[in-house]
Design a protein. Structure first.
Length: 278
């Protein structure tokens, strides 16, 4: 993560990394979704109101890591993508893990949006925080979104309020529903293969989809090695399909702890287990 990216992330609460995925990776991911189209369902996480409402609902895919070969492989390859490691190392510190299950949001023209949400800095939240000290950024939950189709200006889709990860006051409801002060809401323009990474503190949501082509937004979420956000009960054993992963990918699925937690090196393959690394 270079100095310009650090500055922009600290300033905005998000950055866009252009051409993060290769054309081959984008094709493989899209082909996997096309081959498993029957697995899409209506997204239960719905709360559209105000100008975020629309006639069509949003669909979602989950469970991609468990799909049959070859369709699961491109999603597994993203778990510890070599190009992602410097960003997570910078924003989480050495040692991080996958939190939520990966999912893809999809839908066609007329699809509803998603109300702006995010922790901001109104109060300290131990799982969703943004901090800077001693020349280091540290974040709680981070969201990584890959564009598998273009998201041009005016199309709708991912939107953020830049700088809101440091906001000290609650966001008024009519801004979260895109009914007032629309000028502070930035629709993120993307080309297929671009990656967006943002803090969960940053106010974010989706504007209603206006493009003639389908929206395809693939999301992975990460937390520091000692933290878990999504909830549920931990199992001490992993499902059988995890044994098919390389060691670095398995490390991403470890539960939260500090001592001897596996750390993934920059090559995306080598794993080390120091007693402790702050």
């Amino acid at each position: 993560m270079n100095e310009t990216e650090k500055f922009l992330f600290d300033l905005q609460g998000f950055i866009v990394v252009r051409e993060f995925l290769s054309n081959e990776e984008v094709v493989a991911l899209n082909n996997a979704f096309d081959a498993n189209w029957d697995k899409r369902y209506e997204d239960p996480n719905r709360d559209p109101s105000g100008n975020m409402a629309a006639l069509k609902t949003r669909d979602i895919f989950t469970g991609m890591l468990t799909w049959n070969q070859p369709h699961c492989q491109p999603f597994r390859d993203l778990l510890a993508h070599r190009k992602l490691i410097p960003y997570l190392d910078t924003l989480h510190g050495r040692g991080w893990k996958l939190d939520h299950e990966p999912f893809m949001l999809t839908g066609n023209k007329g699809m509803e949006g998603l109300t702006l949400h995010g922790t901001t800095n109104v109060y300290f939240n131990g799982s969703r925080f943004y901090a800077y000290s001693n020349s280091q950024i540290r974040c709680g939950l981070l969201v990584v979104q890959y564009a598998l189709h273009d998201q041009k200006t005016g199309d709708g889709g991912l939107c953020v309020v830049p700088g809101s990860h440091k906001a000290n006051f609650h966001c008024p409801k009519d801004i979260t529903t895109w009914e007032a002060h629309q000028e502070v809401v930035h629709q993120v323009s993307l080309k297929a293969g671009d990656m967006v990474i943002f803090s969960e503190n940053t106010l974010h949501g989706s504007l209603p989809w206006q493009a003639k082509y389908e929206r395809r937004a693939l999301l992975y979420r990460y937390t520091p090695k000692y933290l878990h956000y999504d909830g549920g009960t931990y199992n001490v054993t992993q499902p059988d399909w995890v044994t098919e992963l390389i060691e670095a990918q398995q490390a991403v699925l470890e539960p939260p702890y500090i001592y001897h937690h596996p750390l993934i090196e920059a090559d995306g393959e080598t794993v080390v287990r120091p007693r402790r690394e702050d």
